[in-house]
Design a protein around this ligand. Structure first.
Ligand code: UD1
Length: 416
């Protein structure tokens, strides 16, 4: 298994180009299942999760060609089963459920099970499909769904769910009648998917608000579309600039998707300006401690919580970071404490006493964003930090060590 080794202490300087958003690319690639013929998607990031979704689509009978510009043709679907082997490596595989049921009238998709950051059930996806007329049984660890044709329905999501909203929005495009999603997720990735579906011929209004209305149509056509920039990758590099007191241009990002983070980092003392195509971010000598609460968009993203905790370990005072989206998303805290961080977990909050000098240590990545926080801590720690289990980071960050080293970090990947 590969490891990432960092020698801390360098200020990051220069510019970095942000890749396409993993969480937008996944549902958009899956949306090909609603069409017959070649779709072409640009700005697709080169990530392990993208390889997994390509494998998934291929296993269903679709053809996938290319990488950064990816062609997908789901002209013939030979199989409606998403196996446990693929779903267990990536929970977002559940996204094939809605499109398969909508197009083929049936699907058998492995249940994802728990994961490192919480129970993460898919009950809201299933409840919505039932309300649209699907018969759903849970058998042998699989969801078995059947319907002759889905019908439009009024769906209320008890909790704002990103992939739940995407799954049901895709299903509803080919349903009979109108579907209304209340308390829908408002994330930019949902909006990107809605735009692609609309280009395919779907009738969708309200994406980006908590009420999305989808009028079903009988068929969709293939499209050419571009994936939005990854706001979580952009945010991670902004925090990397801040934690090292550096100065970095974040290129190919969309600042309008980063407002909650820009607001918080400005409170820490960073100076952040818009420039053509992105942001110019500068860290100060001192990092002011701030309090953060994660929330669904447009609140502060849970996917940047771990990185923010890493930054607060070297803040000027006490910071309280509260996680409200997932119930167990503090796995990185124990590893950060091995590097000298002073953190207490109180319920769903982490209380971080700043003014620490972190020292390098061997640490273990436990999930995707946790691994990013350990790398950030390694950038300011004294001495050598060695992050193992970096396959987690390869799921969501394209060549992170190359991008950081181009900014002056002393970081390398050791292949075992
Ligand atoms: C997506 C993102 C992930 C991000 C998360 C929250 C993708 C591929 N992944 O994950 O990076 O961290 O949004 O922004 O886009 N819930 C239920 N029942 C359900 C569905 C969700 O109780 O049927 C709960 C979850 O356990 C969680 C909350 O709702 O507590 C939000 O989860 P959700 O938005 O669904 O996360 P994902 O879509 O899995």
């Amino acid at each position: 298994m590969d490891r990432i080794v960092i020698h801390g202490g360098e200020r990051l300087m220069g510019s970095v180009s942000i890749s396409g958003a993993k969480n937008a690319a996944l549902p958009i690639i899956v949306s090909s299942l609603l069409t017959e013929g070649w779709n072409l998607f640009h700005n697709v990031p080169d990530l392990a999760d993208i390889t997994t979704i390509k494998k998934m689509l291929t296993s269903l009978g679709a053809e996938c060609e290319g990488a950064g510009s990816l062609g997908v043709n789901a002209g013939s679907i030979k199989n409606c089963e998403a196996s446990y082997d693929l779903v267990k490596t990536m929970r977002a595989s559940i996204l094939v459920l809605g499109p398969l049921v909508a197009r083929e009238g049936r699907a058998r998709v492995s249940l994802p099970g728990g994961c490192a950051i919480g129970a993460r059930p898919v009950n809201l996806h299933l409840k919505a499909l039932r309300e649209m007329g699907a018969e759903i049984e849970l058998r042998d660890g699989y969801v078995d769904a059947r319907v002759s044709r889905l019908r439009g329905a009024k769906i209320y999501f008890d909790i704002s769910t990103v992939t739940g909203t995407e799954n049901i929005m895709m299903a509803a495009t080919l349903a009979d009648g109108t579907t209304i999603l209340e308390n829908a997720a408002r994330e930019p990735e949902v909006v990107n998917l809605a735009r692609v579906l609309t280009d395919m011929g779907a009738k969708i209004s309200g994406a980006g608000t908590d009420r999305i209305v989808i009028e079903g149509v009988t068929s969709l056509r293939p499209v050419e579309a571009t994936i939005i920039p990854d706001r979580i990758e952009a945010g991670t590099f902004m925090i990397a600039a801040g934690i090292t007191g550096g100065e970095v241009k974040i290129l190919n990002c969309d600042p309008s998707h980063l407002e909650p983070l820009i607001a918080k980092l400005t409170e820490t003392g960073m100076i952040i300006d818009s420039i053509p195509g992105g942001l110019h971010v500068r860290g100060g000598e001192k990092i002011m401690s701030v309090d953060v609460k994660t929330l669904p968009y447009p609140g502060f993203p849970t996917d940047l919580q771990a990185q923010m905790i890493a930054m607060m370990t070297v803040g000027s005072g006490i910071s309280v970071i509260t996680e409200t989206v997932f119930e167990n998303r503090f796995m990185h805290v124990n590893e950060l404490m091995r590097m000298g961080a002073d953190i207490i977990i109180e319920g769903n909050s982490a209380v971080i006493k700043g003014m620490r000098k972190l020292s390098g240590a061997p640490v273990m990545a436990t999930d995707l964003r946790a691994s990013a926080s350990l790398i950030l801590a390694g950038l300011v720690a004294e001495g050598k930090t060695e992050v193992s289990r970096v396959y987690h980071i390869d799921r969501g960050y394209e060549r992170i060590e190359k991008k950081l080293s181009s900014l002056g970090a002393r970081i390398e990947r050791i292949k075992d």
